[in-house]
Write a protein that binds this ligand. Structure first.
Ligand SMILES: [Ca+2]
Ligand SMILES: [Ca+2]
Length: 267
C-alpha cells in the first residue's frame, strides 16, 4: 500500500468511526431512552399479553398487587426521585402547573409543593396509611394551593381557569387538568381501579361515569378519562416515572402506561 493509499484508507476508517457522532442529536435520543428501561416487558407481562376484558383485568390485578408498600414519609423521597426534572436534577416537575420546583421546597406553605393524591383520599377514605394513600403510581408533586383547588373533585371537562395553573379548569363538581396532564391523570385513575379491588382491607376503588362522587369509592368521569387516555399518550417522562417506581421503589408497574390500549379492552 502506498503512503497516499494508506492515508485514504485511514481517512475512510475514521469517517466510519466519526459517522455516528455526526447524526443529529434527536436521532440518538431514543436509543439512550431505551437503555434506561431496566424492566423486560416480555417477562413482566408474561402470561398477560393476549388476554382481554375481564380476564386481562384479573391477571393485571394479580400482577401489579405484587409490590413493596411505602410509608407516607417514604413518599417524599420517592417523588423526589420519580418526578425529578430531566433538565434540573435538583428539582421536581409539578403536576397541573407543569412548572419545576426545587426538591427542597416540599412543605405546607402556599408556594411549597406537597403530595397530591390524584385518586382523592376521600373517595374510598383510605387516608395516608400504607396502601392506596402511599402508592406512588398516583401521587404527584403539586403546588399547595393548586392541590387545594383540585381538592377531591372528580375529573371532567369545563369550568373556570385556575389563575395559578393556566390550562386547568374547575367548577362545582369537577376538575379538568391541562392538556399535557390529561392522559397521565386518566392512566393513574385506571391503575388505581384495577390495583385496588377490595381484597386488601381497603375499599374497592372503581371508575364510573359520574361527577360529584363525594366520599364514595368511585372516581369519574369514565367516558372523559378514556378520551384523555387517547388524546395524551404516554410521554417519555411518564414512562421514565413508571420505570423508576418499578425499579427503585415499588417493584410494580402501571400497565396502562406500558399498554394504553388496554384501557379500551378493560373499561
Ligand atoms: Ca401527558
Ligand atoms: Ca377496583
Amino acid at each position: 500500500m502506498t503512503p497516499t493509499r494508506r492515508v485514504a484508507a485511514l481517512a475512510g476508517a475514521l469517517a466510519l468511526v466519526v459517522a455516528p457522532a455526526t447524526l443529529p442529536a434527536q436521532a440518538l435520543a431514543p436509543a439512550t431512552t431505551t437503555t434506561v428501561a431496566a424492566y423486560d416487558p416480555g417477562t413482566y407481562y408474561d402470561g398477560v399479553e393476549g388476554l382481554s376484558g375481564a380476564q386481562l383485568r384479573a391477571a393485571l390485578t394479580e400482577l401489579i398487587s405484587d409490590q413493596r408498600v411505602l410509608s407516607y414519609s417514604q413518599v417524599w423521597d420517592g417523588i423526589k426521585d420519580v418526578d425529578e426534572d430531566p433538565q434540573d436534577t435538583s428539582s421536581v416537575v409539578l403536576l397541573y402547573s407543569g412548572t419545576s420546583s426545587p426538591k427542597s421546597n416540599n412543605g405546607g406553605g402556599v408556594d411549597n409543593w406537597n403530595r397530591e393524591h390524584v385518586w382523592a383520599k376521600s373517595h374510598g377514605d383510605f387516608g395516608t396509611t400504607a396502601g392506596p394513600g402511599t402508592d406512588l403510581h398516583h401521587l404527584r408533586p403539586t403546588d399547595v394551593t393548586v392541590n387545594s383547588a383540585r381538592g377531591n373533585l372528580d375529573f371532567d371537562e369545563g369550568g373556570t381557569q385556575n389563575q395559578e395553573a393556566p390550562g386547568n379548569h374547575a367548577d362545582g363538581d369537577s376538575w379538568e387538568p391541562r392538556d399535557a396532564d390529561k392522559g397521565d391523570v386518566a392512566r393513574m385513575i385506571f391503575y388505581m381501579a384495577v390495583r385496588y379491588e377490595g381484597a386488601d382491607g381497603f375499599a374497592d376503588l372503581e371508575v364510573n361515569d359520574r361527577t360529584g362522587n363525594g366520599s364514595a369509592p368511585y372516581m369519574g368521569r369514565l367516558s372523559v378519562l378514556k378520551e384523555w387516555n387517547e388524546q395524551d399518550p404516554p410521554s417519555a417522562f411518564e414512562q421514565r416515572r413508571n420505570d423508576r417506581i418499578h425499579d427503585g421503589w415499588q417493584g410494580n408497574r402501571n400497565p396502562f402506561v406500558d399498554h394504553p390500549e388496554w384501557v379500551e379492552s378493560i373499561f
